[in-house]
Design a protein around this ligand. Sequence first.
Ligand SMILES: Nc1ncnc2c1ncn2[C@@H]1O[C@H](COP(=O)(O)OP(=O)(O)O)[C@@H](O)[C@H]1O
Ligand SMILES: C[C@@](O)(CCOP(=O)(O)O)CC(=O)O
Ligand SMILES: [Mg+2]
Length: 388
Amino acid sequence: MEIRARAPGKIILAGEHAVVHGSAAVAAAIDLYTQSSLHLPPSGEGGAGEVEVDLTDSGLAFSWPCSRLLEALGETSRKAELQAPRPCSPEELAAIARLVELHEIPEAKIWLSAGLSAFLYLYTSILGCRPGKVVVSSGLPMGAGLGSSAAFSVSLSGALLTAAGVVSAEGAVGGTEWQLLGKDHLELVNTWAFQGEKIIHGKPSGIDNAVSTFGSMIKFKKGELTNLKSGNPVKMLITDTRVGRNTKALVAGVSERASRHPDAMASVFHAVNTISEELSSIVELAATDEIAMTSKEEKLAELMEMNQGLLQCMGVSHASIETVLRSTLKYNLVSKLTGAGGGGCVLTLIPTLLSKLVLEKVTTELESHGFRCFKVEVGGQGLQIHQG
Ligand SMILES: Nc1ncnc2c1ncn2[C@@H]1O[C@H](COP(=O)(O)OP(=O)(O)O)[C@@H](O)[C@H]1O
Ligand SMILES: C[C@@](O)(CCOP(=O)(O)O)CC(=O)O
Ligand SMILES: [Mg+2]
């Protein structure tokens, strides 16, 4: 049996970091995906064979004998828990970390260990210690702010829960081999993926896994999700500064600053909340044609600029991000970091009336700094399944 699941990355238009502290944020799915293909041998029995994962993007593959997993973790998959995952306990996480350490991961790719821990947790909790192989491949840059960790957790959870028979695909995605899940099944995948994100991020807000699961453009606040109907999707240029960084460390850094300056940071988070609320109402107004396109874009640009200033207050900007801001401002274009910052990707709002020539000039200038620019479609499908 082969089950494939693909889940999109995301951009955050407003509210990253502040969303971890209870503010609203606005995010949208993009058309870059992580795909997990799960192969299960016909008669998988606990205790025999191996669990394998092939991480094609990093060129590394790992495997564990099922007997070893059983010995270290016990029989982890319990029917009742499939409908309501329990968080990974510190003891279980330590046992998983020891299983990951059985493999020598090259120092330059040590960041993979968090993803491997999330993999082992999701696999053994959902399918138990039965043999199987998962091949993961992604069009998303890893650790760059486009939500690769969430797309990884969502696609894995989608494939594993489908194999366990607790979720099933229903409607086809027009003209493709992919199928969608119903709302309740998506909710369940999202809950599992959140557990995976917790292992990778430490303290995620849940926005990345939610937008990767449900797709579209959403407002997210304290775990509550509102679908934003945006008539004419915004156009964004993404610049990957190629400066590597780690979301877990950046999120922890903002929390430390918040504990050093609780009142000042509460005001920053409050301001971000207001920006996200305003941004989401502009997106929705635009869908009803109650606001002209140019006026919408001017307002969005101003709000993004204000949000970037507040992200600088939180200490998550970076010299490379500032270079992108300066370069795009020369052409009167507004940019802000997206995701955790500290390097990674920057969004630049592309107004509808911007000439092709100007866009080419900006892109050339950004690429002359060694950055990589690309355009994405915003607000598309979330998790999709293919069973064959
Ligand atoms: N395709 C993948 N293969 C292996 N690990 C992945 C993959 N995608 C994401 N990960 C895991 O997620 C981590 C990146 O997550 P994070 O720091 O949150 O950045 P982002 O989510 O912005 O890409 C990687 O270090 C790795 O552990
Ligand atoms: C910084 C944060 O708001 C978004 C992180 O996104 P990413 O992992 O950098 O793609 C953290 C979170 O909301 O969990
Ligand atoms: Mg992430």
